[in-house]
Ligand binder design. Structure first.
Ligand code: AMP
Ligand code: ZN
Length: 428
């Protein structure tokens, strides 16, 4: 195992000792903000990682309530950058970084990239939108820190992306999974064979996706894909990342404490049990965040990873707490639907789930594109998809096959779920 930095290779005992000392420093800094000072005073002294569970969670609403500058643990003059969560609903949240924070973040991101075999000789293209979204500058700084030639292509304009990739011999891209599927379709249309495509590694993240979608991207682009997880509240990307085992994401525990709690009563969960990920920053100077409820559903993977790293692993994100919908008393995650759709080779890459209420009855409609060589009029396919979805979600959806390229394509994170049952826009 070739390590990028010392922290990557720490033993469990070393990681735990580092967490204790970094938590003490984080609590000292957090105590400089009126919000956490009050909370810490109410909770009583927190001396160890084990005491942390006494502290109330920090929620998205807490961050919103302190927008724009309310949670700074340092002078505003020491802040060199801000990002904001892409949050599709509600008011924004702002995250602030000191120069040191930017540097630590870039190093974490570079460590992720190095872990999957990326080296300074690689040419890296970032297809994320630049701007407030952390997937732009966050990944960019990581790639430069590692020493790659870094192309800030930004979002959209697929043919220009492909031209840059081919002209500059791009070997690594960062790409949102839904966009990677779309890029794969464009390759097919342009008759570019995946094995002549120079990209060898794609970092895919920023939105939930299934193993089936990953395999499809690997097939369409002819590369290996590694799952990249992060959220603005914890810097952005670089929080957890798959190693070459492709079996769970290592959370960098020298920089974050993570917990997985029951979605309903927030009690701690054992390895293997699915729950909500809760995270605490350990290195952030400008804006420490304690016990943040991410809203993301995952589980701890028990046991040591074959790669030798001792930072524990989480499973791929199964969805967001607020993505789950309940229909006729059944809890459904959009990814359950994706998994079924992607298992049909005749089915294309783009789909949308619509929830509606007609004459007092809840209706689940799945509109999905067929592949380039399939027909939207294929009744057998329509029936087979309906049957398999019913087996997965225990309800019979209305399945509409749409011709190739017939559904709208979002730039940035895909919108997969449209809930028409809501009469007013959701604010959460
Ligand atoms: P933002 O802070 O706006 O960049 O959004 C962060 C959110 O994106 C996370 O809380 C997750 O819900 C989602 N996300 C980021 N990376 C992944 C990933 N690899 N898999 C699934 N969801 C992800
Ligand atoms: Zn590993």
């Amino acid at each position: 195992m070739e390590l990028f930095d010392r922290e990557e290779g720490l033993s469990r005992a070393e990681i735990e000792a580092m967490q204790e000392s970094r938590l003490r420093e984080t609590l000292r800094l957090a105590g400089k903000t009126p919000f956490y000072a009050k909370r810490l005073a109410e909770t009583g002294p927190i001396k160890k990682v084990a005491d942390l569970s006494r502290l109330p969670f920090t929620t998205k609403d807490d961050l919103r309530a302190h927008y724009p500058y309310g949670l700074l643990a340092t002078e505003r003059d020491n802040i060199v950058r801000m990002h904001a969560s892409s949050g599709t609903t509600g008011s924004p949240t702002a995250i602030h970084y000191t120069r040191e924070d930017i540097d630590t973040w870039a190093r974490l991101m570079a460590r992720c990239m190095h872990m999957v075999g990326i080296r300074p000789r690689d040419v890296f293209q970032n297809t994320s939108g630049y701007g407030l979204f952390t997937g732009g500058l966050g990944i960019h700084f990581g790639a430069e820190y590692l020493g790659c030639l870094t192309i800030p292509a930004g979002a959209g304009n697929t043919r220009r992306q492909l031209k840059l990739i081919q002209d500059f011999g791009v070997t690594v891209i960062h790409i949102i999974p839904s966009y990677a599927l779309y890029m794969g379709e464009t390759l097919q249309q342009d008759r570019i064979a995946p094995d002549s495509f120079p990209v060898k590694i794609a970092l895919i993240g920023a939105e939930p996706h299934t193993e089936e979608a990953r395999q499809r991207i690997e097939f369409l682009l002819g590369c290996r894909c590694y799952n990249s997880y992060g959220l603005s509240e914890m810097n952005g990307p670089g929080v957890a990342f798959e190693c070459t085992e492709q079996n769970g994401l290592h959370v960098w525990e020298d920089a974050y404490i993570f917990e997985i709690v029951d979605r309903h009563d927030q009690s701690p969960l054992e390895a293997g049990q699915w729950g909500e990920l809760v995270m605490t920053t350990l290195t952030r100077q400008g804006m420490p965040v304690l016990r943040y409820r991410t809203g993301d559903i995952t589980r701890l993977i028990a046991g040591d990873c074959a790669c030798g790293r001792r930072h524990r692993r989480i499973d791929r994100i199964a969805g967001r707490v607020d993505d789950m919908f309940i229909l006729k008393g059944v809890n459904i995650y959009p990814l359950q639907i994706e998994r079924v759709l992607m298992s049909f080779p005749e089915v294309g890459q783009n789909y949308v789930i619509e929830l509606d209420n007609q004459q007092g009855k809840d209706i689940l409609k799945v509109r999905v594109e067929v592949g380039e060589n399939s027909s939207a009029g294929d009744n057998d396919l329509q029936k087979a998809v309906t049957r398999m979805l019913k087996d997965e979600i225990l309800l019979t959806p209305q399945v509409e096959l749409v011709s190739f390229g017939g559904l709208p394509k979002a730039e940035g994170k895909a919108v997969r779920l449209i809930d028409k049952r809501r009469t007013t826009p959701a604010i959460n």
